[in-house]
Design a protein around this ligand. Structure first.
Ligand code: GLP
Length: 251
């Protein structure tokens, strides 16, 4: 085969591979993640060689479908949903996203049973020997990473901690441990390199850091969660009312 014909053939191949990959992305194949799968999986999926795949990826990067982050890999470019989030309602991530028409999902970063750190024991109001579930998750809205949530909960509220899937609040509610009241505080933070990579933003990007403690109807604490929400995806909104008039002190 002449060199010119060879070049034309390889161009046809990687354009076709890029087209297929774009179609798979648009069709929602990787909807659970923003990180593009590894080369080997993609070569199998597209039935192409590594060289063809790399060229196809380069083409999709040039077209803005994918982007590369040094040291973190190749990501799918997704429009980040922007969410108005009421600050004073005790809702779950799943519920919040569902209300806005997004499909909520979670990717476990860590899930296990541990003895609490002194901070966790204090926040949850449990003894140092009471085992807790630690659940660290990346939260996504229709495939776009929105937040990282690091939760601890008394193990007695979710003894089958390794089997539940999806919403943590739904799992608690189904087991008779519905959170009914919460305390929450928010402050600005900047993302660590690792968290920024998970959220698909530049290291040091701003985040809204939220701590939530939620309680059961009997007053015991059911979760202590620290969340890092992408600052470019959330507006926290609260209703403002006049402070109740001061009561006169009784004599
Ligand atoms: C919110 C809160 C978390 C809570 C989570 C439960 O995002 N910040 O404190 O743990 O919702 O969400 P889900 O029930 O979807 O797992």
């Amino acid at each position: 085969m002449s060199l010119a014909r060879q070049t034309a053939r390889s161009a046809r191949l990687y354009h076709a591979a890029a087209k297929t990959l774009r179609r798979e992305i648009d069709g929602g194949r990787f909807a659970e993640t923003q990180v593009l799968p590894g080369e080997r999986a993609l070569c199998q999926l597209l039935k192409v060689s590594r060289t063809t795949l790399r060229r196809a990826i380069a083409l999709l990067i040039a077209e803005g479908v994918l982007f590369h982050r040094h040291g973190a890999g190749t990501f799918i470019h997704r429009a980040t949903p922007r969410v108005d989030q009421p600050f004073s309602r005790l809702t779950s991530f799943t519920e919040d996203m569902r209300l806005r028409g997004f499909a909520a999902s979670a990717r476990d970063l860590e899930r296990g049973v541990f003895l609490p750190t002194p901070e966790e024991a204090m926040m949850l109001g449990v003894g140092p020997n009471e085992r807790v579930l630690r659940l660290n998750r990346l939260r996504l809205a229709s495939g776009a990473p929105m937040a990282i949530e690091r939760t601890v909960a008394p193990l007695r509220c979710l003894p089958d901690w390794d089997t539940f899937d999806g919403s943590f609040y739904d799992a608690l509610t189904a087991r008779g441990f519905k959170p009914v009241r919460g305390l929450q505080r928010l402050r600005a933070a900047s993302l660590s390199d690792a968290d920024a990579a998970l959220l698909g933003v530049a290291a040091g990007s701003p985040a809204l850091y939220i701590q939530r403690i939620a309680y059961l109807a009997d007053g015991s604490c059911v979760e202590y969660t620290r969340s890092w929400y992408r600052a470019d995806a959330y507006d926290f909104v609260s209703e403002l009312t006049l402070a109740p008039p001061h009561r006169k002190a009784r004599r």
